[in-house]
Design a protein around this ligand. Structure first.
Ligand SMILES: Cc1ncc(COP(=O)(O)O)c(C=O)c1O
Length: 441
């Protein structure tokens, strides 16, 4: 591994000198050092003559998505995109057919704003099958434009300025800007990487307790977790539940990887725990389970009063999710149990395909228990930080990853980490492996 321990700064410098393709666009969030998502920094342009600011303070407090930016970088440099979490393989034929049929049958106008009846019925039915829960599709479900919209609609519906929201970090980067937009103040609790191979990401119970107080409105919980692959255990969930009950706090759970689990790991929905039915908003969607991230269909399941508030926000944000794709969603949710078993097994194979290539190239991998990402430690490469490493990787090695700092409030916490997505065809992972092998030479 000749290059490790050599001077990476030199390598990066060499790699960026004298070529037109190399520099990131000036507006790249990768270069926006003073605006961390969710952090209180405010960047203002010089005031015009009137003194009026045309941009809101809110937009100064977060950057564009680094994950989405890395996809643009991958396209620019013709790199293998292991950055953004979207499959490069086909969605199931049956559900594509259902979408085509819905368009042909002229399901082309607005659906009911809070979701097509067929889809809400299917969601309620499957929550019964998967979680053993009785959900009222008329009063407790809101279909949104992806779980992304379900999350921001929920936060806008429940948060007042100054309310605090507890978030485990590293966190899926949307939660930072979501908090800013809803006026909530994020309070971060650390997930610590496993000390040994095969260990779990853990949190300090005392640190979690300290994050709760009378200002806490909600905790955002993502399990199975992006980016760590952690699947919260029943014991951990019960601990969180006890705090939610003690401090009268809502749990907003992002469960979009609920079917992507490895080695018999169990997904436990927070809403099923005693005392949580009335204080949980469960968010899910079609993107990951059915490999249709571009369809933009997701949902929030919540008690009636909270659902009414989410529906109001959702109606004025987007009116509704794409009507024909909601019909296809109803069909997707009726796929048999084997579909989900195959989905998880397919991702286990992909995980076990990519991880050895990463290890051989010099990464330390944190083995995920769920979702389709591998968090890695890049200390062995000797780079200044994750951003310079990610730039080198996309520009010179031809593989796009996500710099770890985009998952933390303080970029220093992610400076030794990058994330790879393995929701890709075997040949894509092979090509990435071939390119990554150059790191070890
Ligand atoms: C944890 C998490 N939540 C939400 C999303 C976005 O989901 P959707 O496509 O339903 O908006 C992603 C996408 O990567 C994610 O990783």
């Amino acid at each position: 591994m000749a290059k490790r321990g050599s001077t990476p700064a030199k390598r990066v410098k060499k790699s960026t000198a004298g070529t037109s393709k190399t520099s990131l666009r000036p507006k790249s969030p990768l270069l926006a050092k003073d605006t961390r998502n969710g952090a209180p920094a405010v960047s203002r342009a010089p005031a015009p003559a009137t003194g009026k600011q045309f941009l809101s303070d809110k937009v100064g407090r977060f950057t564009e998505s680094v994950i989405r930016e890395m996809t643009r970088q991958a396209m620019l440099h013709n790199a293998v995109n292991l950055a953004q979490g979207f499959p490069d393989f086909s969605a199931p034929a049956e559900i594509k057919q259902a979408a085509q049929q819905a368009v042909a049958a002229d399901v082309n106008q607005y659906a009911i704003t809070w979701g097509a009846k067929n889809l809400r019925n299917a969601i309620a039915r499957q929550m019964g099958v998967w979680q053993g829960l009785t959900v009222d599709p008329e009063r407790e479900i809101t279909v949104c434009c992806g779980s992304t919209e379900a999350m921001i609609s929920t936060l806008l519906a429940v948060c007042n300025a100054g309310d605090e929201v507890v978030i485990f970090e590293p966190f899926y980067e949307n939660y930072g800007p979501d908090s800013v937009l809803s006026g909530a103040k994020p309070k971060f609790v650390k997930l610590r990487p496993p000390a040994s191979d095969g260990g779990e990401w853990t949190f300090d119970e005392k640190e979690l307790r300290r994050a709760f107080d009378k200002h806490t409105k909600a905790i955002i919980l993502n399990t199975p977790n992006n980016p760590t692959g952690k699947v919260f255990t029943r014991r951990e969930l019960e601990l969180i539940r006890d705090l939610c009950v003690e401090f009268d706090v809502l749990a907003i759970t992002d469960e979009i990887y609920e079917h992507i689990l490895y080695e018999g790991t169990e997904h436990i929905a927070m809403v099923t725990l005693d005392g949580m039915r009335e204080r949980t908003v469960t968010i899910n969607g079609m993107s990951k389970t059915y490999s249709v991230t571009g369809w933009r269909v997701g949902w929030a399941v919540a008690p009636e009063k909270i659902t009414n508030a989410i529906r109001k926000v959702h109606d004025f944000l987007t009116v509704g999710a794409p009507a024909p794709l909601q019909e296809a969603g109803a069909m997707a949710l009726s796929l048999p149990a084997e579909y989900y078993a195959k989905l998880a097994e397919g991702y286990r194979v992909r995980r076990d395909h990519l991880m050895p290539a990463l290890t051989a190239a010099g990464f330390k991998c944190f083995r995920p228990r769920g979702a389709y990402y591998v968090m890695t430690d890049i200390s062995a490469f000797g780079f200044k930080d994750d951003v310079s490493f990610a730039k080198y990787l996309v520009q010179e090695i031809g593989v796009a990853c996500v710099p770890g700092s985009s998952f933390y409030r303080d970029p220093r916490d992610g400076a030794r980490q990058v994330r790879f997505a393995f929701c890709k065809k075997p040949e894509t992972l092979d090509e990435a492996g071939r390119r990554l092998a150059r790191l070890a030479r």
